[in-house]
Design a protein. Structure first.
Length: 219
């Protein structure tokens, strides 16, 4: 059983106002290292925030108790209320949000939220995990996959049937324009060209230079 499971089980015991319940509350919430909030699902008021939450969000405990969750969650008020209603009715337990810190930074968070009865009042307790680094890695992975797919697509284009002029050897691209062979290949691959001249073309274009050399070799 993980730490979060033990915390949730402990919260389930907070159904009275006995000294035992207060001790559990102090141990499982106030001094818990996990980021935790107690929220009124009807108004969105933050009823309590533990030390870890105050440190994470950058507010004092008194300041957080005067705030609403809408001041932290970047969703609209209507969307936040709908999500709180789902948590209250236990339609869902895990949520992905973006939360705003006191210094203005936006962080990606995963939230476990469920109902809890405290002093005969039904509230929500939320355990927050920062997943910003994980989201960043996922986004970088998606960008890499997109780049690889584009590269594969370009390679497939060069492997397909290319319309080429039988006379001047220009290639027609997918937009209908005719390009020099080397220009087309340079655009759709990593190949680079260094220009030279083959022996047959040299003999045809420069016979005065090439033919005497051939005759000299024969003699």
């Amino acid at each position: 059983m993980g730490a979060d499971d033990e915390t949730r089980r402990g919260f389930a015991e907070l159904v009275d106002t006995s000294d035992k319940a207060e001790a559990l509350y102090q141990g499982l919430f106030v001094h818990n290292r996990a980021i935790m909030l107690i929220i009124d699902p009807e108004s969105g008021d933050i009823r309590d925030a533990n030390a870890a939450a105050c440190h994470y969000y950058g507010y004092s405990r008194d300041a957080m108790r005067k705030m609403q969750i809408m001041a932290i969650n970047t969703l609209s008020q209507e969307q936040v209320r709908a999500e709180m209603d789902d948590a209250k009715q236990e339609k869902r337990q895990f949520f992905n949000f973006r939360h705003r810190l006191a210094d203005g930074r936006i962080r990606d968070v995963e939230v476990f939220s469920g109902p809890i009865l405290i002093n005969n009042e039904m509230l929500l307790y939320s355990i927050i995990h920062d997943i910003s680094d994980r989201k960043r890695i996922e986004q970088e992975k998606e960008l890499l996959i997109e780049e690889l797919m584009r590269a594969i697509k370009e390679i497939k284009i060069l492997q397909g049937i290319l319309p080429i002029c039988s006379s001047c050897k220009k290639i027609r691209d997918d937009k209908g324009y005719w390009q020099q062979l080397e220009a087309y290949i340079s655009v759709y691959s990593e190949a680079e060209f260094s220009h030279g001249i083959c022996p047959d073309c040299a003999a045809r274009l420069y016979p005065d230079l090439i033919l005497p050399q051939k005759n000299k070799k024969k003699t």
